[in-house]
Design a protein around this ligand. Structure first.
Ligand code: BDR
Ligand code: CA
Length: 313
């Protein structure tokens, strides 16, 4: 049995974040060192609670959850209750929290862990705005060469944006943090809307979660039914895009995804295109290639993996 891959999940749950966490918890190839919460889909007080509620749902109160940045580096926090509901996890009726939050700040935890563990062994998995990760890189630049890889959900190019015509939510909320991360020199794998808009939670796929007949299967079906209603209205599709689990699925089965190594630069000055990820897909600039940008997904394989792994919980 190979040694499990060490990961830290940075997240703003969010139903799709929750499914990503469940996928990681159901996969013995991954060793979740910690989960760091950030403000994003809903304010920090809720994301730090939601991350713990999901660990409890999966029967893993031993997972360490840390709370991080309460707001983006420079801009005001923008949230997305219209998509995720007032709590961020609307849909299922989850029990009251009993799990404690760790006392250490998420940014201190990231720095300390990356400086302590063997260099090149930890993968960061950001599923929300990049504020915590950027703050850690600013606070202790020596962590950059020690990070194995950053596999993140964010951005979009061919699909355009989902919060403005140009920008995807995670990058739009904290474009300055995203800029720090994309300039950090750390190897990046990016799951943009171009991929996630091909991974739709159709009725049949949601039924497959419900049919697991478990607490996790039922809660997942209820979360996704709530989550998809907004995007179904917006895009006119059967099902909504299941963004964040693409990050974890890539760690488990990279062959599900296809993309290209490109330069990605984040717009931080024009209000019109704020947070746009400008992807040099055709290599028309001399800017250095700083990210593996995914564009295609085997969506049936992706949902099969999800059902199988959530079925283990
Ligand atoms: C991203 O924004 C959030 O609403 C989702 O959780 C996902 O991380 C998609 O744009
Ligand atoms: Ca998210």
């Amino acid at each position: 049995m190979p040694v499990p891959r060490k990961i830290i999940i940075d997240t703003d749950p969010g139903q799709d974040d929750a499914v990503a966490i469940l996928l990681a918890l159901g996969s013995s190839e991954l060793d979740i060192l910690g989960i760091t919460a950030v403000a994003g889909n809903v304010p920090l007080k809720l994301t730090e609670n939601n991350a713990r509620k999901i660990c409890e749902l999966a029967g893993r109160p031993d997972i360490k959850v840390y709370s991080g940045a309460i707001r983006p580096l420079i801009r005001e926090l923008v949230t997305a209750e219209e998509v995720h509901g007032k709590t961020g996890l609307n849909g299922p009726d989850l029990p009251e929290l009993t799990m404690k939050l760790q006392e250490q700040h998420a940014v201190d935890y990231l720095v300390e862990t990356l400086m302590r563990e063997e260099a090149g062994t930890i993968t960061l998995c950001p599923l929300g705005p990049l504020t915590n990760v950027a703050l850690a890189l600013i606070r202790e630049p020596r962590i950059a060469p020690r990070i194995k890889e950053i596999v993140l959900m964010g951005g979009g190019f061919f699909e355009g944006g989902n919060v403005t015509p140009a920008a995807e939510f995670n990058i739009y909320v904290d474009p300055h943090a995203a800029d720090v991360v994309f300039r950090s020199g750390v190897p990046i794998v990016m799951m943009p809307l171009d991929v996630t808009h091909k991974a739709l939670t159709t009725t049949k796929r949601i039924d497959a979660f419900r049919k697991l007949g478990t607490k996790v299967g039922l809660a997942t079906a209820q979360m996704l039914e709530f989550f998809e209603r907004y995007d179904e209205g917006k895009y006119g599709t059967d099902g909504g895009p299941l963004h964040d689990p693409c990050v974890i699925a890539y760690l488990l089965k990279p062959e599900l995804f296809q993309g290209r190594h490109c330069n990605v630069t984040v717009e931080t000055s024009s209000e019109l295109t704020m947070g746009m990820t400008v992807i040099d897909w055709w290599g028309v600039t001399k800017r250095p290639k700083n990210a593996m940008v995914m564009r295609d997904i085997d969506h049936d394989g992706f949902f099969a993996l999800l059902v199988e792994r959530l079925g283990r919980l």
